[in-house]
Write a protein that binds this ligand. Structure first.
Ligand code: SF4
Length: 137
């Protein structure tokens, strides 16, 4: 599936040291056809996910593929509030499926609770900072 291949390419770029790899290495590591990988890369470039630069490697022309926006590393503890982590329906859940994050009340509630908690923390910080400023005067 092209989407699966694109996902694998993104993961590989994300895990690479500088967010870039050579196209000739990609299709070997991904164990996919070079034409298939090339097609996916063209689509990804059109969507501004990557950039492709022509380079010479071992006397042959290839492309250096660079991820345009490297996603920040997320620690599992940062998303421990998310209901999906402990959900019994996780293996059956997916977009376009009967059980979907698009209409999941459990996920909506956990996002809402996290948002409220974050808002409360921000309000406490703001009040604490205002109090310090007032005390300093
Ligand atoms: S979106 Fe809802 S149903 Fe799907 S895994 Fe998360 S909590 Fe479970």
């Amino acid at each position: 599936m092209p989407e699966e291949l694109e996902e694998k390419i993104l993961v590989m770029l994300q895990d690479s040291k500088e967010g870039s790899v050579l196209q000739c290495e990609l299709w070997k590591v991904l164990n996919s056809g070079s034409r298939e990988v090339s097609r996916s890369l063209v689509k990804m470039e059109k969507r501004n996910l990557i950039k492709r630069e022509s380079v010479q490697e071992g006397g042959r022309k290839t492309y250096r593929i660079t991820l345009l926006r490297k996603a920040p590393k997320i620690d599992l503890a940062d998303v421990s509030w998310c209901s999906c982590l402990t959900c019994h329906d996780l293996s059956r859940c997916g977009r376009g499926q009967p059980i979907s994050p698009d209409n999941c009340p459990k996920l909506s509630i956990s996002i809402r609770n996290e948002f409220l908690k974050h808002s409360k923390d921000e309000e406490i910080k703001r009040l604490s900072s205002a109090r310090k400023d007032a005390d300093a005067k």
